[in-house]
Design a protein around this ligand. Structure first.
Ligand SMILES: C[S@@+](CC[C@H](N)C(=O)[O-])C[C@H]1O[C@@H](n2cnc3c(N)ncnc32)[C@H](O)[C@@H]1O
Length: 186
């Protein structure tokens, strides 16, 4: 379960025993949270949109999204190969998954209509570089939807000419999560 740990894992990936525990918790306990986020993302996704989940972990948001919106073309990346293995087991194989850093995304320019991320950006070692990469892979007019704790580096993500902050609003009182939305200029 995501928790706002000021002691932090830094930008180290969650691996091994910890990734097993995270996978179990995300699948069992956090379903209502991912359902709520998936509904919110689905409301912003055009028909047949391409959507990338950055720091997807065990892929539970992608699973909820694919149930809710089978028309979407979904992809996920995570820095930890272990997490990508969990995601592969949790998801059907039409969903493209890669072990990759947000600062070096393995996709061509302008590929995605939406980039989403949940409880990951506070781990990113270089959020400025992550924001620039997200801007590169978004098409013009595409959106970033990032759900994370209030101390996440939201501002750093738009510290590049490609992404403009749109709004920042409270999302979940239980998890103390913030919803941050940014757009790639048309
Ligand atoms: C708390 S987990 C959240 C996982 C999932 N999004 C969720 O909500 O259950 C944070 C994830 O971010 C990943 N992560 C950390 N730094 C990253 C980076 N630089 N690029 C991509 N993923 C990263 C970690 O490996 C971990 O799986």
């Amino acid at each position: 379960m995501p928790h706002d740990h000021s002691h932090s894992h830094g930008n180290r990936p969650i691996e091994g025993r910890h990734s097993n525990r995270y996978d179990r918790m995300a699948r069992l306990l956090m379903k209502p949270v991912y359902r709520k986020i998936a509904k919110d993302v689905a409301a912003s996704a055009p028909q047949g949109a391409t959507v990338l989940d950055v720091g997807t972990g065990p892929g539970i948001l992608l699973r909820e999204l694919s149930r809710l919106r089978p028309d979407l073309h979904l992809a996920g990346v995570d820095l930890a190969p272990d997490m990508v293995d969990h995601a592969r087991r949790n998801l059907d194989d039409r969903i493209e998954l890669h072990a990759a850093d947000v600062a070096a995304l393995p996709f061509e320019d302008d590929k995605f209509d939406l980039v989403v991320s949940t409880f990951s950006s506070h781990h990113w070692g270089d959020p400025e570089a992550g924001g620039a990469e997200i801007a590169r892979v978004l098409r013009e007019g595409g959106r970033l939807l990032n759900y994370d704790f209030p101390r996440a580096p939201f501002k750093a993500l738009t510290d590049n000419p490609g992404l403009t902050s749109v709004r920042r609003t409270p999302f979940s009182r239980i998890l103390k999560a913030t919803r941050f939305e940014a757009a790639k200029q048309a």
